[in-house]
Design a protein around this ligand. Sequence first.
Ligand code: HEM
Length: 539
Amino acid sequence: MTAATLAADPVVSAQRRLLGLHFLVGLGGIAVGLVSGALVALDRSGIALDPARFYQGLTLHGVSLVYVTALGFGGSFLSLSVMSALRCPLASRRLVQGSLAAAGVGAALLVAAVVLDRAAVSVTFSPPLDAGAVFYLGALLMVASVWAASANLIMTVRAWRRDHPRERLPLLAFASLVVLLAWDLATIGIGVELVVFLLPWSLGLTGTVDPLLDRILFWFTAPTHPSFFVLPAAVSWLVLLPHQLAAPRVRSTAVRAVLVAMMVLGVPGGLAAQAADPGVDENLKLLHVAFGLAGLVPLVATGWLVVSSLEERARRAGCVGAVGWLRMLPWRDPSAAAQLLAMTGFAVGSGLALVADSGTLGLLVRGTAYESGLLHLTMGAGLTLTVMGVAYWLVPHLTGHGLWGRRAALVQPWLWLVGSMVLTAGTTGAGLGGQPAGIPLSATAYADEAWQVWGAISAAGGALMGVAGVLFLAVMVGTLRTRTPATVEVPTGPEERSPAWLDRPGAWLVVAVAAAVVAYFPVFVTHNYELDVARFVGL
Ligand code: HEM
């Protein structure tokens, strides 16, 4: 199908509508995250909150931005990408509906559980704190929506291969499938934690939980700081952005190799996040630190590939000098500007993550506000600002409406990046001064005076992000309501033929599973199941 016949196809149109709604669920997570983020930032600005409300706000903030926005964005954006790349509808309409329903209901359950004061457990679930079955079911449904999207992409790619036996999978389809397969593998951890342990426990079917085992399963899913949740953003940076900017394409072979490396090295680094946990073998922690550091290589390669493509674009336009090409970047395109700034924030955040993930050095900052800080650059800027940048072309593409409020859309990414940098400066300073992550400063008896100053800086950064967030939501609402028509295509184009060994996502999944087994088999075999059960039933 051509782009025009694809757009006119009734099956494709119906699926696009459903995927557009799925994308909106993700954007809804940003709205809830902003309101709850404001609550948390109030505490940092010295306005005392009831500690119970603080923890409620912190939980709502974390789960809405991490589970609802990140997973909602990944499920919808990657499915739409495959549809555009293969120029055909997805194999199963039922799975598109199922994925949307799971994301919508899951998000509603998560928000309801926290708002009704049943769950104040932070984004990591923190057992043995009990968040109740509704919360756990909500989280499980969010993960299930990713599994449904992924099953659909597998079926779609298989059908496409049957019809195109001699062709390579187009790069955008390959990249999207690799990311969803990587998510399938990683979410086994959180899936087992919820289905086998937390849900039965919260329903009274089992008497106890094993917090250490649950932490191992959680960090299996979200291993080193930047990787797992940011993968869909990497697809946009590597595959779509160069086309959007009319820059030289990043070579298909290089993009495939980088994404495959992210998948293979994605899971086996979880214990790096547990450097301070007792009861985990120190040698295994070291092995995971090594895997985690190796996982930074494809991230650095991503930055290098994208930046060199952008620099070449500027040089071809006659730009000279070491940094002059930066001025030639398309800062007047809101979608491009948002993503360029997202990558900038992500790069700084990854530098901070390097410290947290590097074993003994990480012990200095693990569990402190430093970790919240770097999260606001890797996920807050890297992922969320990319979601916003993609929304600036995807929402016009899906609705046929022109982007409303262009000026606001141009200012917004700068405000967001500066805000997240200032917020991170505040939380990083507090963390280096020993402030634990996620505590209500106003109600903490042992709070150091210096923490108040860092708290005020965090609150100022949070306020800037809040203004930027409201601008973004206003642009989105305006775009949905405007009557100005526009035709925006998915920014893809022709590519060179890649080698056959980089055309098989399934084969690379097998390698990724093998790497996960090498890293985790000894962890599960040596875990002391007896000890933890005994400790938490009070023996
Ligand atoms: C208006 C924007 C935002 C404000 C005002 C804000 C503010 C805050 C504050 C003050 C904290 C507590 C930090 C500490 O430990 O001292 C926090 C935690 C956190 N924030 Fe944000 N943030 C914003 C945007 C974001 C974004 C876009 C993300 C993207 C994922 C994010 C993810 C998180 C996470 C995961 C936590 C830790 C939650 C937990 O411990 O359960 N935030 N935020």
